[in-house]
Design a binder for this molecule. Structure first.
Ligand code: GDP
Ligand code: ZN
Length: 306
């Protein structure tokens, strides 16, 4: 049996990158089932598969265990989920302070999902060429908040080509997801990373706009400097999923760390006495915006950041 990486999925046909670097088109034999979730697509981009060659095509027999995967519901009412991608090494959340303004609620919700999925996130503050005065101050504050928690932050300008090389280096040899609200400069960043890539992604965006195979079509693009980028028009965030209240605090690393010192083991950090998190908020160890996001997720108030 040969081994390969799925780099494109149309729902029925899969493009497999072989170990020698060339590709082969393949299909699945039989039915794969993943225990805990009902999926519409058993194999996703980023999956390592084992296949046998049959004339010019491949038959996929087995998927290797995934280190992680991101899913989205096929539709609002459906019990079925669609695996967008598997084995993601890291995500890049592109953020702008202004033009457009990315809300901290959105950033935090994204970070919580990424923590839950076990995907490290880099925050990319783009459009730094536009900022001065007050906006630079806001940029500095935000960076301080997130760096203190442990998130790597990067300042870029896709327009002026600032720090693009650093971005390229970080992405090298890895499977990368790029996300961010519309208008923050994702396309332009991708374009400055690799001109070729942008043209390809442009094609897939057009394809999606026609409304074909929206739920199943995904592709990873290879960077000429090495590594892959996943940019499906569907992923603005990682989607919202149901989390137990105590689980939410586990995905705020700085809150989780302090919560060990709370008086009650099941402290919600809202109203309890001797709460180390509320204490941390007073001392400035926990930032107000992060705490606000925590409360918002706790009350199930997700919609406003969508
Ligand atoms: P996307 O929706 O995230 O893909 O954003 P685009 O890449 O389409 O960029 C949105 C707008 O912001 C375009 O007009 C870009 O030219 C502009 N833009 C992107 N990056 C930068 C940047 O670093 N600096 C400035 N000044 N404009 C940028
Ligand atoms: Zn507490």
């Amino acid at each position: 049996m040969e081994k390969g990486l799925i780099i494109k999925s149309t729902g029925s046909w899969y493009t497999i990158k072989k170990e020698d670097g060339t590709t082969i088109e393949g299909k699945i034999r039989g039915k794969f089932r993943i225990k805990e979730i009902k999926t519409t697509n058993p194999v996703a981009v980023g999956d390592w598969v084992e296949y046998k060659r049959y004339e010019k095509t491949a038959i996929i027999f087995n998927i290797r265990d995934r280190k992680n995967y991101i899913i989205r519901k096929s539709s609002n009412l459906s019990k079925y989920s669609n695996i967008i991608a598997a084995n993601i090494d890291q995500a890049f959340l592109v953020v702008t302070i202004s033009y457009p303004k990315t809300l901290t609620g959105f950033i935090d919700r994204y970070l919580v999902s990424a923590e839950a999925y076990n995907i490290p996130v880099h925050l990319v503050f783009n459009k730094i060429d536009l900022y001065n005065g007050k906006l630079l101050g806001q940029l500095k504050n935000l960076k301080t908040i997130y760096e203190k928690i442990g998130y790597n932050c990067l300042e870029t300008s896709a327009l002026k080509h600032i720090n693009i090389e650093s971005l390229r280096k970080l992405m090298k040899g890895k499977i990368n997801v790029i996300s961010g609200i519309s208008g923050v400069g994702k396309s332009r960043l991708i374009n400055s990373l690799d001109q070729n890539l942008n043209l390809k992604i442009g094609e897939i965006s057009k394809f999606h706009q026609k409304g074909m195979h929206i739920t199943t079509y995904t592709e990873m693009f290879e960077l000429s400097t090495g590594g892959y980028v996943i940019d499906t028009p569907g992923i603005k965030g990682f989607g919202v999923f149901v989390m137990k209240n105590e689980e939410i605090s586990h995905h705020f690393p700085e809150i989780f760390k302090l919560s060990r010192n709370c008086r009650y083991y099941n402290c919600t950090h809202v109203h309890e006495p001797n709460c180390a998190v509320q204490e941390g908020l007073k001392n400035g160890i926990i930032s107000e915006s992060r705490y606000k996001s925590y409360l918002s997720l706790l009350s199930g108030n997700n919609d406003k950041y969508r």
